[in-house]
Design a binder for this molecule. Structure first.
Ligand SMILES: *Cc1c(COP(=O)(O)O)cnc(C)c1O
Ligand SMILES: [Zn+2]
Length: 455
């Protein structure tokens, strides 16, 4: 009980969890009254409160009626024959739907119009390993820039879209730091949904264009992401937002589950083995917590050996509420006003911050941050060593990996997976000034010789 009270206090800063919203959703519009019988989300058996454990029927709700804690999807997992399950997965499509038996989606999900993200490359990064002093064969980059809209967000949106379909929504929406808006716009276009997405007005051009090009509505909000999120929470509780599925608000429990597929893929691609260490970026912290959930499920299902692993979180110094709390030994995350080039990670009041702290501490990992200059250096390091052009969030994870190795916190002799969650083409400004033509010459051999570039 004491622990419960403490947890409740830790979460009190969360603006989106209003009792008003929850009550109107559950009692008057009754999705949870009817959901239990009519909604087919595969192995998902309900929602459970992460704080007090209270169970709810499947529906577009996201906060506990009793304690306002966040809800997450609970499952009837296919426990029993791990070998049969592994074979079933391996025979599935080369995208996230190969893991459909472990996700809140109907069994025939692969037949529905969806962008089918996932099964991105796990790159053995030998050149980067050499530069960072990591043992040969031990360093991997999970490169999620290979998704349909070039960020990991396609995974979570694909899940939320299936939930939106199941609950009868026809408009898909979100508050976004940039990548999510593009992923929602594209998924809605493919599935024949309307979309209306909200972003801070001052995002990078690459993100704005990616969000607008798919033909849905795109609204710039004068404020930062936390302002956008607060606005969306109000919209959900208002008749103006009636019938809208906000992927990261009222569909958040389902959305989050998409990140589990990163855990599944990494383990499958390592030959059904757990990595020893993972370095994961933190915006709201959803991705990090769900990767941990996915790893725990694989252990429970007997698909990987049960052994310890360490989870490291990565933030930008200019928006580092979680790493600040980690280093101070706090279990409360104090909100910050973001100021960093890593805009996709610029959430000053991260909803899952306290859970990230729990996971980093439980697994023996850490949360660290790097400044803008180190982010740029890390983007260029990854590009020059492995031919992977990461967005600023990838600069954050690679930069933090380097820093953790130098600090002796990350063991360079163990299998380590570093996430690159987005594509450098969306954040060109970060490196444009220092990535220009080596020389500009007349089209003649003499000019080329004079430029001193012949090898
Ligand atoms: C959204 C995002 C993340 C992580 O987001 P969480 O809110 O922590 O789940 C990481 N990288 C990129 C590029 C993103 O767009
Ligand atoms: Zn609760």
């Amino acid at each position: 009980m004491a622990k419960f009270a403490l947890r409740k206090m830790r979460r009190k800063g969360l603006p989106s969890m209003s009792a008003q919203t929850v009550e109107s959703r559950t009692s008057t519009e009754n999705p949870s009254d009817s959901a239990g019988t009519s909604v087919d989300l595969g192995p998902a058996s309900g929602l459970s409160c992460r704080e007090c454990g209270q169970r709810f029927e499947l529906g577009p709700i996201f906060a506990c009626e009793l304690c306002f804690g966040p809800l997450e999807v609970a499952y009837d997992l296919p426990l029993g024959d791990p070998e049969a399950l592994r074979k079933q997965i391996e025979a599935g499509p080369e995208n996230i739907w190969r893991y459909a038996p472990l996700l809140p989606v109907p069994a025939d999900v692969a037949d529905k119009p969806n962008l089918n993200p996932g099964f991105t490359k796990l790159v053995k990064a030998e050149n980067l390993a050499r530069e960072l002093g990591v043992e040969s064969g031990k360093l991997f980059v999970k490169d999620d820039s290979g998704n349909p809209t070039h960020s990991f967000k396609d995974r979570v949106v694909a899940q939320a879209l299936e939930a939106a379909r199941a609950f009868g929504f026809t408009t898909l929406s979100c508050s976004s730091t940039g990548n999510l808006a593009g992923a929602v716009g594209a998924a809605a276009a493919r599935a024949g949904f309307r979309s209306c997405v909200f972003i801070p007005h001052d995002l990078e051009q690459g993100k704005v264009v990616m969000a607008a090009v798919y033909g849905g509505e795109l609204v710039g909000i004068e404020g930062n992401y936390d302002d956008v999120n607060r606005f969306c929470s109000e919209l959900i509780g208002d008749p103006l937002g009636e019938g809208w599925g906000f992927v990261n608000v009222n569909l958040r429990p389902y959305y989050g589950e998409g990140s589990k597929t990163l855990a599944y893929e990494i383990c499958e691609q390592l030959g059904w083995r757990l990595p020893d260490q993972l370095v994961i970026p933190i915006a709201s912290g959803s991705q990090l917590t769900k990767i941990d959930k996915g790893l725990q499920e694989l252990i429970k299902l007997g698909l990987v050996e049960d052994k310890p692993y360490k989870i490291f979180g990565a933030q930008a110094e200019g928006c580092s509420p979680v790493s600040t709390a980690f280093k101070a030994g706090h279990d409360v995350v104090r909100p910050q006003k973001p100021d960093t080039i890593a805009k996709s990670l610029a959430i000053g009041n991260p909803a899952d911050g306290p859970y990230v702290l729990d996971i980093a501490r439980r697994t023996g990992g850490a949360v660290e941050d790097v400044n803008d200059e180190q982010i740029v250096d890390a983007i260029k390091l990854l590009a020059r060593t492995e031919g992977i052009f990461a967005e600023t969030a990838g600069g954050v994870t690679v930069g933090v990996t380097k820093k953790l190795i130098e600090a002796g916190l990350l063991d360079p002799t163990l299998t380590t997976v570093v996430l690159n969650t987005g594509d450098g083409l969306k954040t060109l400004d970060a490196v444009a000034a220092t990535s220009q033509a080596t020389a500009t010459i007349r089209p003649s051999l003499d000019a080329f010789r004079d430029a001193g570039l012949a090898h």
